[in-house]
Design a protein around this ligand. Structure first.
Ligand SMILES: *[C@@H]1O[C@H](CO)[C@@H](O)[C@H](O)[C@H]1NC(C)=O
Ligand SMILES: *[C@@H]1O[C@H](CO)[C@@H](O)[C@H](O)[C@H]1NC(C)=O
Ligand SMILES: *[C@@H]1O[C@H](CO)[C@@H](O)[C@H](O)[C@H]1NC(C)=O
Ligand SMILES: *[C@@H]1O[C@H](CO)[C@@H](O)[C@H](O)[C@H]1NC(C)=O
Length: 570
């Protein structure tokens, strides 16, 4: 939700966190791989196993107490969630379990039905739909003490009344987010992009691509059927050619993973592989391609979304891509309402912790055919040009006018102005643009609008800008030409809620006492979630009503009784 510090600011906190996590990478991940590769069968080829993998406790667990089916006692209406394929689960921070269904099963279909995660001990916890093909549940306290952790079943009942015996599927261990993991993949016409954590340092230089392989395996087990050598390796993003279709023929559905040594087993994966669909056309001439789109990582922003979307659509953003970081608010309802009002908003479920750069890489690669330029903004950031202030109404060519640049410009970077609470003690009824009008004097950091064709093959980014292909350069918008109004320090309750679970990558949680010197911290704010004295008046060096006045002119309507309201108010 913020303009982030540049790569020059020290990433040491996150790096040491990564190191700590790396230390916990253990036999477990290898054990998980064994199970993945073996799937339904315990007859794992010894040749395929590093010797260290032969001893995990998993292999000696009595399996009669463990789950044999992916689903259990589901109501008839949900039987279609049943699948002969095994489910995987990932243990996220805070004991949160992400249960991944092997196929799209529109977890929304679970609708009113109460579902549960049923753990091998018989303990259960409520399972909530999360994205199109997964559920989230909490690892019950009683299970946290019983290692290893096994993938729960999805159940329609709160208890494991009849743990069925006799079906000798091997138990599948939960994959821990703290280990190496291939978590997403994206097939383009030319290659497959694989997202994997703990292979490279998140912000550092990657391992050489030539030493890495993408490995393709059927979900149903039996081990890899094809591999290709990577062409790019940077951050958490890897690219490989597609394998020849003939190598995959009957093997669907497929998973893709990454192997870091030629002879090594691939790292655990939950990423599906899709064969490329269409041949890419001449991208310049794609019909229906929007001139400018916007992409953002969101968490509980439903309340702010209508204003942000209406404003940016008004100035020419044609499509909006939201990467939903496990929102627990009414995001879906807000998005479908915006859709019914004619706005083009798409959400993608992106539950992976601290993967904001990877999410933006995904967004840049996935939408090349849909958008010429992509603005990478947060929903508390509004692009504005002082040149627009005199217009009577917003105009869809406005954003485009900022991008009327030389052909070798692949990215336009715009500086951010940070607004303070401006005296407010609660969310301003008419919206952030109307309420927050006092800001810090100095510009802070920047955000970028990127020409997607100019993005480097590596997809490297620092959230606020991308690396460009050879031959392209970044252009800085002059302050008088464009700015980003960043409503960063909102009324205390909003600020507190936002920072409790922030989408930022570089900065430790604001409650932690680490990283107190970060530029991303609110100056004067300690590490306690207690309202600092005088908060409502802080970060207020300059009254700046430029955007308030323009948006008021553009988006207000006479309401009942003569009271005016903004178009985004419901
Ligand atoms: C699964 O659902 C997603 C999002 O709804 C969709 O984009 C994708 O094509 C679906 N995949 C399959 C195999 O149906
Ligand atoms: C959204 O935008 C895309 C590309 O600009 C277009 O193909 C699609 O039809 C639009 N959808 C709606 C609902 O307007
Ligand atoms: C999503 O939220 C979690 C929990 O607060 C956080 O740890 C994670 O970094 C966020 N994800 C992304 C992609 O930033
Ligand atoms: C901003 O405007 C208000 C109201 O006019 C005024 O009281 C305040 O002192 C101004 N603040 C700054 C920093 O100029």
């Amino acid at each position: 939700m913020v303009c982030l510090p540049g790569p020059s600011s020290s990433p040491s906190d996150s790096v040491s966190a990564t190191m700590r996590r790396k230390l916990t990478t253990s036999l477990l991940s290898i054990g998980v791989f064994v199970l993945l590769a073996a799937s339904f069968s315990f007859h794992v080829s010894r040749d395929f196993l590093p010797p260290a993998a032969l001893n995990p406790a998993t292999l000696t667990q009595p399996i009669d107490r463990l789950m044999n089916h992916a689903v259990h006692e589901l109501p008839a209406s949900l039987r279609r969630l049943q699948s002969p394929l095994p489910m995987d689960s990932v243990l996220l921070p805070d004991w949160e379990v992400l249960l991944l269904l092997p196929l799209n099963s529109s977890s929304a279909a679970a609708g009113g039905a109460k579902l549960f995660c049923l753990f091998h001990t018989g303990a259960t916890s409520p399972a909530l739909p999360a994205g199109p093909s997964s559920f989230r549940c909490s690892l019950p306290n009683s299970v946290r003490r019983v290692r290893p952790f096994y993938t729960p079943r999805l159940s329609g009942a709160t208890s494991a009344a009849a743990p069925s015996r006799g079906q000798e599927d091997p138990p599948r261990e939960m994959i821990r987010w703290s280990t190496r993991l291939t978590y997403e993949s994206l097939s383009t016409a030319h290659d497959v992009i694989v997202f994997a954590k703990s292979v490279n340092h998140r912000q550092g230089i990657g391992r050489p691509a030539a030493g890495l392989r993408c490995v393709f395996s059927p979900v149903s087990g039996g081990g890899p059927v094809a591999w290709t050598i990577a062409t790019s390796s940077a951050q958490e993003v890897f690219r490989c050619p597609h394998p020849p279709a003939a190598d995959l023929s009957s093997a669907v559905p497929m998973r893709v993973s990454l192997a870091t040594e030629p002879e090594a087993a691939p790292i655990p994966t939950v990423a599906s592989y899709r064969t490329p669909r269409v041949q890419e056309t001449d991208s310049k001439a794609l019909p229906g391609r929007a001139r400018v789109c916007a992409c953002t990582m969101v968490y509980n922003v439903a309340k702010f979304l209508p204003e942000w979307v209406a404003y940016h659509a008004g100035v020419g953003v044609g499509r909006f891509f939201l990467y939903d970081n496990g929102s627990e608010d009414e995001l879906d309802a807000a998005v479908s309402r915006l859709g019914s009002e004619g706005f083009n908003v798409t959400t993608r479920y992106w539950p992976w912790p601290k993967t904001q750069e990877a999410g933006l890489s995904h967004c840049a690669a996935a939408n090349r055919d849909a958008c010429e330029w992509m603005a990478f903004l947060d929903v508390d950031e509004f692009v504005f040009s002082p040149a627009w202030a005199d217009s009577d109404r917003p105009d869809r060519s406005m954003m485009g006018s900022l991008l009327a640049v030389e052909p070798e410009v692949g990215q336009v970077s715009i500086r951010c102005l940070e607004f303070g609470p401006s005296g407010h003690r609660a969310h301003p009824r008419l919206g952030v643009t109307q309420g927050y009008t006092c800001r810090r004097r100095k510009e802070q950091r920047h955000k970028s609008v990127v020409r997607l064709d100019a993005v480097a093959h590596s997809l490297v980014n620092s959230v606020h800008h991308f690396r460009l292909r050879e031959g392209f350069r970044t252009r800085w918008a002059a302050a008088g030409q464009a700015r980003v109004n960043h409503y960063k320090y909102q009324a205390w309750d909003e600020f507190k809620a936002k920072f409790r679970r922030r989408v930022s990558t570089y900065v430790a949680d604001w409650k932690e006492t680490t990283n107190l010197g970060s530029r991303d911290r609110a100056p004067g704010l300690g590490s306690e979630p207690i309202e600092p004295r005088g908060w409502a008046g802080m970060f207020c060096d300059v009254n700046d009503t430029l955007v308030r006045d323009a948006t008021h002119k553009w988006f207000s309507a006479a309401g009942p009784g003569g009271a005016h309201r903004m178009v985004w108010q419901h």
